[in-house]
Design a protein around this ligand. Structure first.
Ligand SMILES: *Cc1c(COP(=O)(O)O)cnc(C)c1O
Ligand code: SF4
Length: 354
């Protein structure tokens, strides 16, 4: 059973705004919405009507370690006054973040060792990750990248050429994964240049994008984005990242529909998170809601033991038992693969359902 009673947030009264309601979120550009994201502890608590006496100190301390960032459309799907809201839990730092525990480390995936050339990470045989930006649209407290000084990082024209040279010299790579950060946090002019370059590498077949943006700011799926998606010769796969069914609203469904119409295959990856989705009912509902919206569940990631996020940890045994329960009620294609990323392995490592 899903714990949370979804609340409908009343549409805001926009009658005082200029004609055409230029200030309503539907009419704002994604860049404007992104730039107006909530980025400080007081504002987030105030927005969710949570008492500062209880939450501010932990939020401030966590914010110093990894800053708060939440776009408004994502906040609108939260339930005000509920400190356990599963969407809020993903973005609000709490006192536990400052607790240091052995085994919870800064770079659990040891990605620093897999860099091929600036921006290109290669761990697996046929696909390579291209980190087009370090920026994200939302800062997720459990993220294994929370300690990387990505923010400032930007690829120069020379870096870009080196990436294309490295890809051209590796005929076994048939898929490039745009990743980050969040690759859709950069503008469509830059993405469209990247896609034109990738189109010229003959052995590439697929373009995959790993992004949370179509969910947290559905306006991101704009005409400029659809233009380069429609233009590329590559097959397109977009892996979104949704952890809880309440993250999907009508605007996200509409965004998914636009992507599908552009020929994009939609998949989802989630992370198993204590207090957010560590419940078979919630995970099953997530699969149903995703499929209703045209998205297939792909991976359920076991939690990576990243420092500052131990309070989200779910044991592999518990995660495997949740997947077993899902298998008992869902068709096989709605049960995501439970996997862990083990440094040095040649693929994600499956965790068998028990
Ligand atoms: C997860 C990951 C991929 C994608 O793996 P798939 O199993 O194909 O989804 C590719 N490269 C790196 C470095 C990864 O971490
Ligand atoms: S990389 Fe993904 S999970 Fe990590 S903060 Fe960015 S959007 Fe969240």
């Amino acid at each position: 059973m899903i714990q949370r009673t979804p609340v409908r947030i009343e549409a805001r009264d926009t009658s005082h705004l200029p004609e055409h309601g230029t200030n309503s979120p539907e009419n704002q550009s994604w860049q404007t919405i992104l730039s107006q994201s909530v980025s400080n502890p007081e504002h987030l608590l105030d927005r969710l009507k949570l008492p500062t006496e209880t939450w501010l100190e932990g939020a401030k301390n966590g914010h110093k370690l990894f800053s708060i960032r939440v776009p408004e459309p994502f906040i609108e799907r939260m339930e005000p006054g509920n400190p356990n809201d599963p969407l809020l839990r993903q973005v609000l730092p709490i006192a536990d973040e400052t607790v240091v525990l052995p085994g919870f480390v800064r770079d659990p995936l040891e990605e620093n060792t897999a860099i091929q050339t600036t921006g290109l990470i290669r761990k697996y045989h046929s696909r390579a990750l291209l980190m087009v930006t370090g920026q994200c649209a939302i800062n997720c407290r459990y993220c294994f990248r929370r300690h990387f000084p990505y923010g400032e990082h930007k690829l120069s024209r020379d870096d870009r050429n080196r990436v294309i040279t490295a890809l051209s010299a590796s005929p076994e790579i048939n898929e490039v994964i745009l990743s980050g950060g969040d690759p859709l946090a950069v503008n469509d002019r830059l993405l469209s240049q990247w896609v034109d370059l990738l189109d010229t590498v003959p052995h590439l077949k697929r373009l995959r994008i790993h992004s949370r943006l179509p969910v947290v700011i559905p306006q991101r799926v704009c005409d400029d984005m659809l233009a380069w998606l429609n233009r590329t010769r590559l097959q397109k796969v977009l892996v979104v990242h949704v952890n809880h069914p309440a993250e999907i609203d009508q605007a996200t469904r509409d965004a998914f529909k636009r992507l599908k119409q552009a020929g994009v295959t939609l998949l989802n990856q989630s992370v198993i998170l204590k207090g957010v989705n560590d419940n078979a009912g919630t995970l099953s509902e997530l699969s149903e809601v995703l499929f209703d919206a045209g998205v297939l569940p792909y991976y359920l990631h076991a939690f990576d033991p990243v420092a500052g996020a131990h309070h989200f940890d779910v044991s592999d045994t518990d995660a495997a038992s949740l997947v077993r329960q899902m298998l008992e009620t869902l068709p096989g294609f709605l049960v995501p693969k439970l996997v862990r990323e083990v440094p040095g392995e040649t693929s994600k490592t499956p965790i068998p359902a028990i």
